[in-house]
Write a new protein. Structure first.
Lengths: 447, 464
């Protein structure tokens, strides 16, 4: 693939009238495969690249991107970015990363990966599909079973002297299954990922999806009541996603967060620790530096129940006169935003079975729907559709469906009573992790 | 664009792996976007997307490769990769290309590139001012504007060659109101398959005021009750419930995988007799309309349900080939980076005979969902949850106080069967529809209608 000379392009942009310039260049190679009923249904493969250009003219920022690298196009795109800057309002807080940083060495690129064969990848999904179908007669079908991988190289260069790049790769396999009993149907999905094909566990993943769909069959509504609720790591990680959106400095500065003015205050139970760590090698959002070139690092957001920090990129950090936490995120198609990297609720010491065993009468949630549309991250109120199992005297009694659970996120955090030892990341929604945990009480509405 | 000779060559190379159908999708798009926040224009962006995808079908298997490098060598390499992955044994050949035309042109009066950036910014400022001036309780206003001009060319080994252009313009306003104790938001975001003339139809001040009105109204709202009650769903965006909880289940890929409650039910009663529902990409200048779909098939009107009886599903080429029938013109893709799959265009429940006020008057004790916001649906089972952004109690046939935090939960097919009144006020509303990681413009719609019972999950406490 052709290499762009970004240093020359910086000079060119300055000639055209930009005071400061930043290029974000992404080259990637993607493959995906889907199988259905033992046959390959689709195979996709792509090589692509894109260049995002940020320019500053009189303190005003403009942006443009292109996937078109024909002669003369980059010059046109730079000029368009400059024209866009002229429309924007001046903003002293918009600055670029300064050239000199030390980055942590991370093992996120497997150079052997590109030699993996298509046959091995296909074989892996076929095994996964088969494992799910053979798990039980109740598995009616595997609606989709797929595999994907990506190798990418990100380069950031700016007029402050930064010029850095890194390579990384990931691969994953997922499936979505349907179980049925009579007229009733339930679905579940599972996913496995890593940086080499050996990291992906097809049989285990196939069985996990099958088991999860089957255990939700026969679900009934329960009476409306307040009761303890236990969250699985999968559902827990969805709540972490929601919390993260309110813990970015952007949300806080714009008054769109329940955590406004809560720094150094108790916002959760003493045992609650929430961390963002862009250097966690096992995570999917891991890199030596963020999308502005600032080093990634672990950041304690909630420590022993106390709110310690927010997530920052350069822009929001300038506004609060603090340092960026290395949480700028973007693709070549956009301007950086603050976003979580690997964001998780730290594990406790209890076994999940013991947490369930200690509940007299409560709800074990396996799936939620409508969490994002049903939540207000300003007031903290949430209401979501939930499917799961009812616990009576420490034992799972029966499946529950078509109920909603509602509460307030602060009460929710303060009412976390028990934390499991089973921290798990859920890459379906980004890179959010959670162990099994129990909340003292939430409002459940059913019949 | 590419020369006929090169297109033929690419298609030929693509078929060398033994596939029985090859297709090229060429895309050249320009998008403009800007946001306004705290009365300041920020984030002014322009994007150029150019690329080519090559698809090969072998029976019902698909292989696909794309590139943004339009040199001849690179294009032939992409064709080779897609062809090699097809692993077929067919000896299909490439027919001569016949230049086809788009039958339905959606007229564009003012193309986005004819309008200066400053003029687009001025429209945003007008909406911003109208929202701020609406009431003292309005604290923040966010306005976003975007337009896209997408040119596509589709050619295939059966000799099809067609070009289409889709222009979309949209502005969204979000207003935040606060009374010192709580904050509420309201939003409004019209968009159409047209150019800057959008704002003749939707003056920016009206868009701003409508967003502000919702936010201010919801400040006075009480927590919603919960339970099974009659619900009147307003026209326009209320149709998102049908789109999500039923429409996706009528897309042929879900049907063929038997992962839909509508599978095998053509000719059967699946809804109340009052319900006729269509997916109609021919509605002039509607948000989800086009000339040809992303496989080059002319857009058409597809009746999904007639008088409560399921008529047909929505097909792309691949799903249609599987059943030996023709596509319904429903093959869409987000960009050259994606394969086409069956999708909706403008999907709506047809108008009925009742007046909206008669519908409200028919309810003793229920909920009026004036505006739904987002939701989520499990397509395989039709289970859904939607949040009511603006809701009111209905008491003795009259609208009563506003309520907040209500969510509607249930199953699509149950709701269809419980529709007991349909209004005469059909309206469409724009949305971005996501499926298989691809996001495309699709309109939803319906008239005001009454569902005799839906489970409402409220936030009112101490209920049992």
């Amino acid at each position: 693939m052709s290499k762009l000379n970004l240093t020359d392009l910086i000079d060119k942009a300055q000639e055209f009238g930009a005071e400061d310039v930043e290029f974000y260049y992404e080259i990637s190679e993607d493959n995906s495969i889907e199988v259905y009923e033992g046959e390959v249904e689709s195979l996709e493969s792509a090589h692509s690249k894109g260049l995002g250009i940020r320019v500053f003219v009189e303190g005003k920022m403009g942006f443009a991107y292109t996937t078109n690298f024909n002669d003369g196009v980059i010059e046109k795109v730079i000029k368009e970015a400059i024209a866009n800057a002229k429309i924007a309002v001046e903003d002293e807080h918009r600055t670029l990363a300064n050239g000199d940083y030390d980055y942590k060495e991370l093992d996120i690129y497997n150079p052997q990966f590109s030699e993996s064969s298509v046959e091995d990848k296909i074989d892996l999904i076929l095994k996964m599909e088969k494992a799910a179908l053979e798990y039980s007669d109740k598995i009616e079908s595997v609606i989709s079973a797929g595999y994907g991988d990506n190798i990418s190289e990100i380069t950031i260069a700016n007029s402050k002297g930064l010029n850095q790049s890194y390579k990384s790769n990931t691969c994953y396999a997922y499936l979505y299954v349907m179980a049925s009993e009579g007229e009733e149907k339930q679905t579940a999905s599972a996913l496995s990922y890593g940086r080499s094909l050996d990291d992906v566990a097809p049989v285990q993943t196939g069985e996990e999806a099958a088991e999860n769909a089957i255990k939700l069959l026969g679900g009934k509504q329960v009476n409306s009541q307040e009761a303890p609720v236990i969250f699985t790591p999968e559902v827990g990680s969805m709540f972490l996603y929601l919390l993260a959106s309110a813990l970015t400095a952007e949300a806080v500065q714009k008054g769109r967060s329940l955590f406004v003015d809560k720094l150094n205050e108790v916002v959760a139970a003493n045992k609650v620790n929430i961390i963002d760590d862009g250097t966690l090698e096992a995570g999917l959002a891991t890199a030596p530096f963020d999308d502005e070139g600032v080093p990634c690092a672990p950041t304690n957001i909630i420590e022993d129940g106390v709110l310690k920090n927010y997530l920052y990129d350069i822009y929001t950090a300038n506004k609060d006169k603090v340092e960026s936490t290395g949480n700028a995120q973007r693709s070549y198609r956009g301007i950086p935003n603050v976003a979580p990297s690997n964001f998780y609720l730290a594990a406790g010491e209890e076994k999940p079975v013991d947490i369930i065993g200690g509940v007299e009468n409560g709800f074990y949630v396996h799936k939620v729907i409508g969490l994002f549309s049903g939540s207000n991250t300003i007031s903290g109120d949430f209401s979501v559709g939930a499917t799961g199992q009812w616990i009576e005297n420490g034992e799972i009694k029966q499946a529950v469906s078509e109920v909603t659970i509602a509460g307030n996120l602060i009460d929710f955090l303060k009412d976390i009573e028990e934390l499991g030892d089973d921290l798990k990341f859920n890459p379906m929604v980004g890179s959010f992790g959670s162990p099994t945990f129990k909340v003292k009480k939430l409002a459940i509405s059913g019949s | 664009m590419l020369s006929d000779k090169l297109i033929k060559q690419i298609l030929q190379v693509a078929l060398e792996g033994g596939g029985d159908f090859a297709e090229i999708y060429f895309e050249d798009s320009i998008s403009n976007a800007m946001t306004l926040e705290n009365s300041r224009i920020e984030r002014v962006k322009t994007g150029y997307d150019l690329g080519v995808g090559v698809r090969v079908l072998t029976g019902d298997k698909v292989s696909y490769a794309y590139t943004d490098d339009l040199t001849k060598e690179s294009l032939l390499q992409v064709a080779k990769v897609a062809g090699a992955a097809s692993r077929g044994s067919s000896k299909a050949s490439v027919m001569d290309l016949t230049k086809g035309t788009v039958n339905l042109i959606h007229p564009i009066k003012v193309r986005p590139e004819e309008i200066e950036k400053a003029k687009k910014a001025a429209i945003m400022e007008r909406a911003n001012k109208a929202a701020l001036d609406y009431d003292d309780s309005i604290r923040q206003v966010m306005v976003s504007y975007f337009d896209t001009t997408q040119k596509v060319m589709i050619a295939n080994s059966e000799g099809l060659y067609v070009e289409d252009e889709r222009i979309h313009t949209r502005m969204m306003v979000r207003a935040v109101a606060s009374d010192g104790k709580s904050m509420q938001t309201g939003s409004e975001g019209p968009g159409l398959h047209m150019g800057f003339e959008l704002f003749d139809k939707y003056p920016p001040e009206e868009i701003g005021r409508e967003a502000a009105r919702q936010a201010v109204t919801m400040l006075k709202a009480d927590p919603a009750p919960s339970g099974k009650i009659p619900v009147v769903i307003n026209n326009g965006f209320g149709g998102v419930l049908f789109h999500e909880a039923c429409g996706h289940g009528m897309e042929a890929d879900a049907i063929q995988k038997n992962s839909s409650v509508f599978a095998g039910k053509v000719g059967e009663q699946v809804a109340s007799k009052l319900v006729t529902a269509v997916d109609d990409g021919t509605v002039l200048n509607a948000w989800g309309s086009y000339g040809v779909d992303d496989e080059g098939h002319q857009v058409q009107r597809n009746v999904l349900i007639k008088d409560g009886i399921l008529q047909d599903y929505m097909y792309d080429l691949k799903a249609a080939r599987k059943e030996g029938r023709v596509s319904t013109g429903s093959g869409r893709r987000e960009s050259y980076q994606s394969i086409p799959i069956p999708r909706m265009t403008n999907t709506f429940i047809e108008k009925g005979e009742s007046k909206p006020e008669e519908i409200i008057a028919a309810v003793d004790n229920g909920l009026y969902a004036k505006k739904l916001s987002g939701g989520q649906v499990e397509t395989a089972t039709g289970e859904f949850i939607f949040t009511v952004a603006e809701g009111y109690l209905i008491k003795n046939g009259k609208l009563a106080e506003p309520v907040k935090g209500a969510s509607l939960i249930g199953r699509g097919i149950d709701v269809l069967n419980k529709i007991v009144m349909i209004g005469d006020d059909l309206e469409l509303a724009p949305g971005m529809c996501g499926k298989a990681g691809q996001s495309i413009p699709a309109a939803v719609g319906q008239p005001t209608l009454l569902v005799e019972e839906i489970t409402v999950g409220g936030t009112e406490r101490g209920e049992s």
